[in-house]
Design a binder for this molecule. Structure first.
Ligand code: SAM
Ligand code: SF4
Length: 333
């Protein structure tokens, strides 16, 4: 029996059918929760080529992965990203090819991404106030991002979702405005609890922590929320409002640990296969694709073997120094 006839499964019986593929660690924003102000990015020689990214995606799909999310860093700053999208979208057996983006380049990219085979887009949006948006992203232009969201709607994507990281005293007063924005645009929205990835000095993650339950109560006072058992294959728990198709999701790594349902792994652009967002367990796939170019069997063997490294759960603690030194842009959020 070849490895490709078996689904990927870890030691705890969890099936892995979702890959988050980071295509770059670079970004045109510097969000305060994601990066330090002054970031060192990887030299070109240390990152996977587009061909290698494709070979790895192909191996995962052969092993039963049904959903791939392209992320980063900012995936739309990677040169020739559309070529990679087209190739991955054609893989037999892949059901969903999604992308997470800061939205700043979507005005140009939305249509070509749809034509190339992307089936859903998540766009990060933490504030609807231009000055605050700039402060949180350090460089971002809110108008461009809203233009990008509208371009994605015009391009006809069925599934569009906004992602907002909420921080106490920074943007927690905008939660209802963000919900209203999502309702007007008829897109979904998820609120994310900030995770302690990488050392930042800009704010205290413990002091700015804002729990999903708090936000759910706040929203529920205006729009009664009904829990939904829908899943999009990711960590969001969804709620519905009676008078809108917009779904409200909560990603709560602290308050509602979702590890027992984890079906995903991440590949960094250096070719490190991370088995868990909150642990350093990893396997080096770059070494395999460098040494054995085009050898799918070796790659699939390494991926299957890596499943045994997947830890049971993460242990995030906002009061300690972060145990995970890699930033989210390196992790592939
Ligand atoms: N640049 C793209 C973007 O911003 O959507 C894709 C990569 S970004 C790392 C993916 C997601 O991770 C974004 O929604 C971002 O808000 C979220 N994120 C980044 N750092 C985070 C952190 N420390 N805790 C929680 N979410 C974080
Ligand atoms: Fe860039 Fe996304 Fe990180 Fe913001 S969250 S700095 S847009 S990678």
């Amino acid at each position: 029996m070849t490895s490709s006839t078996l689904p990927l499964q870890d030691r705890f019986g969890r099936k892995v059918d979702y890959l988050r593929l980071s295509v770059t660690d670079r970004c045109d924003f510097r969000c305060v929760y994601c990066m330090a102000e002054d970031m060192q990015f990887l030299p070109r020689s240390e990152i996977l080529s587009l061909e290698q990214l494709y070979e790895i995606a192909r191996a995962f799909v052969a092993l039963g992965v049904k959903k791939i999310r392209l992320t980063g860093g900012e995936p739309l700053v990677r040169n020739n990203i559309l070529q990679l999208v087209e190739n991955i979208a054609r893989l037999d057996g892949l059901e969903q090819l999604h992308l997470t983006t800061n939205g700043a380049r979507l005005d140009r990219f939305a249509k070509p991404l749809r034509a190339a085979g992307v089936t859903g887009i998540n766009i990060s949006l933490d504030s609807l106030q231009p000055a605050r948006f700039r402060e949180l992203t350090r460089v971002g232009d809110l108008g461009k991002v809203i233009g990008g969201i509208d371009a994605a709607r015009d391009a006809g994507f069925k599934r569009l979702k906004l992602n907002a990281v909420v921080m106490k005293g920074r943007n927690d007063d905008e939660v209802l405005d963000l919900v209203d924005f999502a309702r007007e645009r008829q897109v979904d929205i998820s609120f994310i609890e900030e995770m302690p990835l990488g050392q930042i000095d800009e704010h205290s993650r413990a002091l700015s922590f804002c729990s999903s339950d708090e936000l759910r109560q706040q929203i529920g006072q205006h729009y009664p929320l009904t829990a939904s058992d829908e899943s999009t294959g990711g960590p969001s728990r969804y709620y519905r409002m009676a008078d809108s198709d917009t779904r409200i999701g909560f990603i709560s790594p602290h308050s509602h640990n979702f590890c027992h349902l984890c079906n995903r792994v991440r590949l960094t652009v250096e070719g490190r296969l991370l088995l868990c967002l909150g642990n350093e367990h990893s396997a080096d796939l770059k070494e395999i694709v460098d040494r054995f170019p085009g050898n799918q069997e070796k790659l699939q063997q390494a991926i299957v073997a890596a499943m045994d490294l997947k830890p049971e759960r993460h242990h995030f603690d906002l009061n300690d120094a972060p145990q995970i030194v890699r930033f989210m842009n390196m992790t592939g959020g």
